[in-house]
Design a protein around this ligand. Structure first.
Ligand code: ADP
Length: 333
């Protein structure tokens, strides 16, 4: 006989969103220590180390982006947290619950919104929600089907067949479904992959609404724009390693750097010593680029130093660097 998740694990833990777990020393929504995952070799596929010892602390109450190119290890990380993939070594905790020591509470503390829109077309949103609540063992009197559907803008579709819902509505239904057991942490795996710009913004608004009501949000994305628009903290993951993790504003501060392009009258063959210690590069056409922070260095200082060294300058221009530049710089490809 098939057992529900609730029968096997009693996965539902009654809790007010945002209320801390017993372990008050833990102020993280999610914490990973030296988390490794090696997928075993199979067939002609060699073994793959998808996570190379991830250390990550995701604060409670944040909207956190896990940003990285395809194959970086984002889904592996999320699937370990969701209990869908077994870690090779290291530890992870969710809302203070270690996934090895308290797997039931750890699992009850997150809702995961998958990438695929896999919803049975013959059920209505209300039925989908009720079934999920049953699966998690949420007592009838604690179910909030209509409240959640309303928060996701689906209350007027509660009794419509899922097959009549648009792509955006289905995606919102998946978010609603993941919220059924009232988890303090919601994980969205590439929430807007393949979604058009208008829907993307709409979905962002719903996610912001959930966050405003106390849910910690973690999302994976390879859209820099999404991380920038939605998140307060950004971790960049590449080839199974965390290459940056900082508040968005700090990361954006780093990209307030500008690029000055100097074209000398006769093409340069070496970098002038005046630029020693600066982020300068000689281009194949004999022009020179200098990355500088306008708050610290003025263009005139750079040009003055070059003139003092005897360089005649034919033309100059500047370029803004953007998150893409920082991303490329950090992931070095
Ligand atoms: P992302 O979500 O950032 O795109 P993934 O976590 O899906 O990255 O994948 C990380 C790496 O692990 C990739 O090289 C991928 O090919 C590999 N990988 C993912 N799942 C499996 C699996 N089930 N078996 C073997 N290798 C896998």
């Amino acid at each position: 006989m098939a057992h529900t998740l609730a029968e096997e694990e009693n996965a539902y833990v009654s809790r007010v969103p945002g209320e801390p777990a017993e372990d008050k020393a833990q102020d993280c929504a999610i914490k990973a220590r030296n988390l490794r995952k090696v997928y075993k070799a199979s067939g002609n596929q060699p073994a793959k180390e998808a996570l190379k010892g991830i250390d990550l602390a995701i604060p409670r109450g944040s909207i956190f982006a896990l940003l990285g190119p395809n194959g970086a290890g984002k889904s592996t990380f999320i699937n370990i947290l969701a209990g869908l993939v077994l870690k090779t070594s290291g530890s992870a905790s969710i809302w203070g619950f270690d996934t090895d020591v308290n797997p039931r509470q750890a699992r009850a503390s997150i809702g995961v919104v998958p990438q695929e829109l896999n919803i049975d077309p013959f059920f209505t949103p209300a039925e989908v929600m009720e079934m999920q609540a049953g699966l998690y063992g949420v007592p009838k009197k604690e179910r909030r089907t209509m409240e959640i559907l309303k928060a996701m803008g689906l209350d007027d579709k509660a009794d419509a067949y899922a097959r009549t819902l648009s792509g955006g509505m289905r995606r919102r239904l998946l978010v609603a479904k993941a919220m059924v057991h009232n988890p303090p942490v919601l994980i969205l795996d590439e929430p807007t992959a393949g979604v058009d710009i208008e829907l993307r913004r709409q979905l962002w608004d719903y996610v912001k609404g959930l966050h405003a009501r106390g849910t910690t949000i973690v999302l994976t994305t390879h859209y820099l724009e999404e991380a920038e628009a939605l998140c307060d903290t950004i971790a960049i993951i590449d080839k199974g390693e965390v290459v940056a993790c900082e508040p968005k504003d700090e990361l954006l501060g780093r990209i307030s750097e500008k690029k000055l392009i100097v074209c000398p009258s006769s093409p340069a063959t070496t970098l002038p010593t005046a630029l020693d210690g600066m982020k300068a590069e000689l281009r194949p056409d004999g022009s020179i680029t200098v990355q500088y922070n306008p708050a610290e260095t003025g263009v005139m200082n750079i040009l003055g130093a070059l003139s003092a060294e005897g360089m005649e300058i034919n033309d100059i221009s500047t370029e803004e660097s953007d998150l893409e530049d920082v991303f490329l710089q950090l992931t070095s490809h």
